[in-house]
Design a protein around this ligand. Structure first.
Ligand code: ZN
Ligand code: ZN
Length: 356
């Protein structure tokens, strides 16, 4: 974790802050290694502290060996105030995403300290995945793909969307996932036109396509994969749409190169879908960063300002959604490398027609 703290300290120096505080679970875990549910991380120029309560002191000492563990005997905010005083911190960077309540509490308790709001300080460091993170993420992807392999033998006419969702989650948990990365999307037939159609009690019918967007949560990290399958022979229009989405996804992957902009990668998918006559039926961005959070930096969208660099991990997930008919989305998780990219997913993207 120490390399991560060094990167953060460089950023703190740039903004003239003597210390940084975060209680955001993902950033706390990223900086310290501590996976407990409460605790404040305070990083100064030469030390790092983890303020937590007695339930977590032992776990914190074990998981965060680079940190001084502070047991807050009474109120956490008082323990932090004492710490800041001891460390002679007069300018403290904090994340503008904290709640207004937290901001008020801190302003009161750290009355002598100037609070400097920051935005995405740790999140920008988190864009670049290191080896240790990639080992975990590859496993999260493997678990999701094993679940997809498994579910192909489970989906048939008469099965409900929620049965598919539960079976996917149960399988992923048996494979070591702590759970679903997010509320799973299982959208069949006309419901496929809802890009974020959560699994319902709807019964899957022969001739329908089923879009499954799901991922495994594993050791704090997430995978995020979408595949659309057909249960029996699909409507010819849906087959055509599938082909367009697949070509758009491949064009998007092609654009995921270091030095290329995220905006250009988004445009690669959008141009192809628009030329095929479905521009109005796309509507969401091509992808997003992935890691400790399911949606993190960099955005892969028409408005994104980010340039792709080696170590970034993003999704590529164009889709087409036609009201009353259905939808198709295909999503892979992609690591930007020095000479291009690596698609972490191994699962086929050819249209799978499941037997009825
Ligand atoms: Zn997804
Ligand atoms: Zn996604």
């Amino acid at each position: 974790m120490s390399g991560r703290l060094e990167k953060l300290r460089v950023e703190l120096e740039k903004i003239g802050a003597e210390a940084f505080i975060t209680e955001k679970p993902e950033n706390r875990l990223y900086l310290s290694g501590f996976s407990g549910s409460t605790g404040s991380v305070v990083v100064t120029a030469d030390q790092a502290f983890l303020v937590t309560d007695f339930r977590y002191v032992e776990q914190a000492a074990e998981q965060a060996p680079d940190f001084v563990i502070v047991n807050n005997e009474r109120k956490a905010v008082e323990a932090i105030a004492n710490l800041l005083k001891e460390q002679r911190v007069s300018r403290l960077a904090f994340e503008s995403s904290v709640s207004f309540q937290t901001y008020q509490d801190w302003s009161k308790a750290f009355a002598d300290v100037e609070l400097l709001p920051t935005n995405g300080l740790v999140e920008k460091i988190r864009m670049y995945k290191d080896e240790a993170e990639m080992v975990i993420i590859r496993e999260a992807v493997r678990i999701a793909e094993a679940a997809f392999e498994h579910i192909q033998g489970y989906i048939r006419p008469g099965v409900r969307e929620i049965d598919v969702a539960m079976e996917l989650e149960f399988f992923m948990r048996k494979q070591g996932a702590t759970g679903s990365a997010f509320d799973m999307i299982v959208a069949s037939g006309p419901r496929g036109a809802l890009p974020h159609g959560r699994a319902t009690e709807k019964v899957i019918q022969a001739g329908e396509m089923v879009t499954m967007d799901f991922g495994a949560a594993f050791q704090g990290y997430n995978s995020d994969i979408t595949r659309t399958v057909s249960v029996g022979e699909p409507h010819p229009k849906m087959r055509e749409i599938y082909d367009v989405v697949l070509r758009a996804q491949l064009a998007g992957l092609q654009a995921l190169q270091p030095g290329n902009t995220c905006k250009a990668a988004d445009a690669a998918t959008r141009d192809l879908i628009t030329q095929a006559g479905y521009g109005d039926a796309y509507g969401h961005s091509a992808g997003h960063g992935l890691g400790l959070e399911v949606h993190e930096l960099p955005h892969v969208s028409a408005a994104s300002q980010f340039v792709l660099e080696p170590g970034m991990l993003v999704t590529m997930e164009p889709g087409i959604y036609i009201t009353g008919l259905g939808g198709v989305r295909i999503e892979d998780d992609v690591l930007i490398t020095a000479d291009g990219h690596e698609v972490l997913n191994k699962t086929t993207k050819e249209l799978l027609i499941l037997p009825v």
